[in-house]
Design a protein around this ligand. Structure first.
Ligand code: NAP
Length: 287
């Protein structure tokens, strides 16, 4: 069996079409467009690629996009003051702070300083708490993207066995809650699972497998359960080529659905960011 490709671009195109219409109708009602402010601290090639894609996607949807580039040596206090100014600025609907952050800047503190209703990335503690409670309005974008891809297969989630590899705050942990809220039996593996030598054993049980680690081809093709849905979030550059965390060709022979890298989760992540901005705008305008 050769798995069907889950191409994020195609699913993203459908969601963007709906978002474009929604932005148009919100603009008619409020006389304004949603606006995303992106904060970049210092220059970084990886975030530059993401920023370019954010700008292009926002503009294509009628969302205003402003990039604030800050010096690498900015203090936490100055950054917090800037974010607080944006929190109070009525023309700003959403705020995103690009990663990586310099060492002097604390990620959690920075996320907490963004007003929860303007938290475009869905990483404010209040929004993460809502993910846990099952009533999230703004959820983390990559976790939402993985969820969209899983749901796009049309499978019944109720009672399925999912295994997530990687327990980061942006992907693994929130996704485990999104799946749990749909009554999926969810196992989360992390570094200690790998160190104990138990990773393959867990992966082999997965009807839904999501891998978000950042280690090229960590998950071997012959670990994949026949017919599994495989969502590969990882992005790794190997000899100038982008590869995921799953051995793609071998996994494709066993899975029923699999995301390519690149072209799987990535295009949907930026679309989920825009969906959060539109939702944030709707909440602020009470529309
Ligand atoms: P991260 O914060 O570094 O988290 C990686 C996770 O993997 C951690 O939970 C880590 O555990 C775990 N881990 C490390 N080695 C492991 C092993 N041998 N076995 C099992 N688990 C292991 O990374 P992230 O931000 O979640 O990103 C993960 C990957 O996804 C990266 O390649 C990133 O570029 C990519 N990504 C893609 C998108 C997209 O839109 N396509 C978005 C975000 C991220 P410990 O923390 O305990 O070490």
């Amino acid at each position: 069996m050769s798995a069907q490709l889950l191409e994020g671009k195609i699913i993203a195109a459908q969601i963007k079409q709906d978002l474009r219409q929604e932005v148009r109708s919100l603009k008619q009602k409020s006389g304004r467009s949603p606006r995303l402010v992106s904060i970049q601290i210092g220059e970084n090639p990886a975030s530059a690629v993401y920023i370019k894609s954010q700008k292009k996607t926002a503009q294509g949807l009628g969302i205003e996009y402003t990039l604030e580039t800050l010096e690498l040596d900015i203090s936490q206090k100055t950054l917090t003051r800037l974010i607080e100014g944006l929190n109070h600025d009525e023309t700003v609907s959403g705020i995103i702070v690009q990663l990586p952050l310099p060492k002097a800047i604390d990620h959690r503190l920075t996320m907490s300083s963004i007003a929860p209703e303007k938290d475009a990335e869905g990483m404010h503690p209040e929004n993460l708490g809502r993910v846990l409670l099952g009533n999230a309005k703004l959820a983390p974008c990559t976790a939402q993207a993985a969820m969209q891809l899983i749901e796009s297969t049309g499978i019944t989630l109720y009672g399925k066995e999912a295994v997530i590899v990687g327990h980061s705050e942006i992907v693994g942990k929130p996704l485990s809650m999104l799946l749990l809220n749909k009554f999926v039996t969810t196992t989360v593996c992390h570094i200690a699972t790998g160190e104990r030598g138990n990773l393959a054993e867990h992966v082999k049980r997965a009807e839904i497998l999501v891998v978000a680690v950042g280690k090229a081809e960590l998950v071997k093709g012959d670990w994949i359960k026949e017919g599994a849905i495989v969502i590969d979030v990882g992005i790794n550059r190997v000899e100038g080529k982008l590869v995921g965390d799953v051995e793609f060709e071998a996994a494709r022979e066993r899975a029923s659905f699999i995301t390519p890298v690149p072209g799987g989760v990535g295009p949907l992540t930026v679309t989920m960011l825009m969906r959060n901005v539109v939702e944030a705008f709707r909440m602020q305008e009470k529309l």
